[in-house]
Design a protein around this ligand. Structure first.
Ligand SMILES: [Zn+2]
Length: 418
């Protein structure tokens, strides 16, 4: 096919597939996923990664060759970096199955996010796109009847049938009813039959690049006619309102990102297992604290000078720290909140445990405040209260009272009333 012939086809194809049609919902979803990835990465202390997705339409539209992009699908088992993303072979298969079986949709294009980087197409993107055309390209049937007018005619065999080919060996097979456009010899006289082939297969697919800073998506279309492929950058796109409400379930989108993007999943898993371990440590500390308090609420033998108050205090302090750290990673907000709730319950348990001893603590504090001679005679090695140091004893006692009261303000109120 020579250049002028190709140009003619090009124009026709481009007029058939432009503009790209995308629903307002799908476009907003692309932006939304890009921004969620950025947020998740931040929570994981990672740079903003790219993410790969598929552009989906209904099966019927794809079959007709003029689809509207109606949804965006986060590709499974994909690997991502700040400037690159790739869907693994396994991820490809998993995604296709899911899209076909559960969504009843068809892949019509490829999309990805550039994170914080401006939208564009890199040379690497172009190579990816080439492969994408082979795997997912849609076919449109285009008829051409003008540019071939002055081309040479040759007689060839095609799939066992004799047929006429127009142009050089790259050209396409042409329908018999176009022959009257040319001044041809009578083909029947040569004993050839012409195969029915009135159309040229054109395969094409779309690509869109989003980013996390809400830049207008960058578009690309690739199409192939025979062995020749053409890429059009910046093809206009038109937003279609199909009535789908633009509301996204952040939870399920985040879950999909964490599950399907290998690097994010691995990072989340390692942090989550650290959180679980932190929680186990905390649980143990609280149990030990309860035990210390328990064993010190019995009449001591007066031998020990051990002051466990500091230990309990330190433990509760480290519990607070762990609790705070849990909340650092935005990405795991939900898990963090769950663990926070469990810590809170454990601390309340401890406070509840001490509540039974609240009146006793009051009594001790009273004695300490009066520096009563009887105070030491209580002789309970309660969390440092047995210390000879009045100040230390007072502090210890007040700390525990305050701790109990902060969890049981109603008891505190009653006490004030008497
Ligand atoms: Zn890219």
């Amino acid at each position: 096919m020579d250049d002028s012939q190709f140009e003619n086809i090009e124009q026709k194809v481009e007029s058939m597939i432009s503009p790209i049609l995308i629903t307002r919902y799908a476009r907003a979803k692309g932006d939304y996923i890009a921004s969620r990835v950025k947020k998740i990465c931040k929570g994981l202390d990672l740079p903003t990664y790219e993410i790969a997705f598929y552009l989906l339409s209904t099966k019927e539209e794809a079959k007709r060759g003029r689809p509207v992009i109606r949804d965006i699908y986060i590709a499974q088992e994909q690997e991502v970096w700040p400037d690159y993303c790739a869907i693994s072979g396994e991820g490809d298969i998993m995604s296709i199955r899911d899209i076909r079986d559960n969504l009843d949709k068809r892949i019509v294009g490829w999309g990805h996010s550039h994170g914080d980087i401006p939208v564009c197409f890199s040379s690497r993107d172009r190579r990816t796109f080439d492969n994408f055309l082979v795997d997912y390209g849609m076919f449109i049937d285009a008829e051409f009847d003008k540019s071939t007018k002055e081309k040479s005619i040759s007689f060839i065999e095609h799939k066992g049938k004799k047929c006429i080919r127009v142009g050089d060996d790259k050209s396409f097979l042409i329908h018999s009813n176009l022959f009257n456009l040319f001044s041809l010899p009578d083909v029947e006289r040569f004993g050839f039959s012409v195969i029915e082939h009135s159309e040229v297969n054109v395969q094409y697919t779309y690509a869109m690049v989003f980013n996390a800073v809400n830049q207008t998506p960058y578009t690309m279309v690739i199409y192939g006619i025979g062995d020749e492929t053409r890429i059009i950058e910046n093809m206009p796109f038109e937003e279609v309102d199909d009535g789908t409400k633009i509301r996204f379930d952040g939870k399920s989108i985040d879950a999909a990102i964490r599950e399907r993007v290998v690097q994010i999943r691995e990072r989340s898993d390692s942090i989550r297992s650290k959180m679980d371990k932190d929680y186990e440590d905390l649980r143990r500390l609280i149990d030990e604290s309860i035990e210390i308090i328990d064993s010190n609420f019995v009449v001591g033998d007066g031998k020990s000078h051990y002051s466990p108050l500091k230990t309990v205090r330190d433990r509760l302090k480290s519990a607070e720290e762990i609790k705070d750290n849990f909340l650092d990673g935005q990405f795991l907000q939900e898990e963090a909140e769950e663990i926070y709730r469990r810590i809170d319950e454990d601390i309340k348990d401890l406070a509840g445990h001490l509540l039974g001893k609240r009146a006793y603590l009051d009594m001790i504090l009273k004695s300490i405040n009066k520096k009563e001679a009887t105070a030491p005679s209580i002789s309970l090695p309660l969390l440092g209260i047995r210390s000879r140091n009045w100040k230390a004893r007072k502090e210890a006692c007040e700390y525990l009272i305050q701790f109990v009261d902060s969890y049981h303000p109603d008891i505190h109120g009653k006490k004030d009333g008497t």
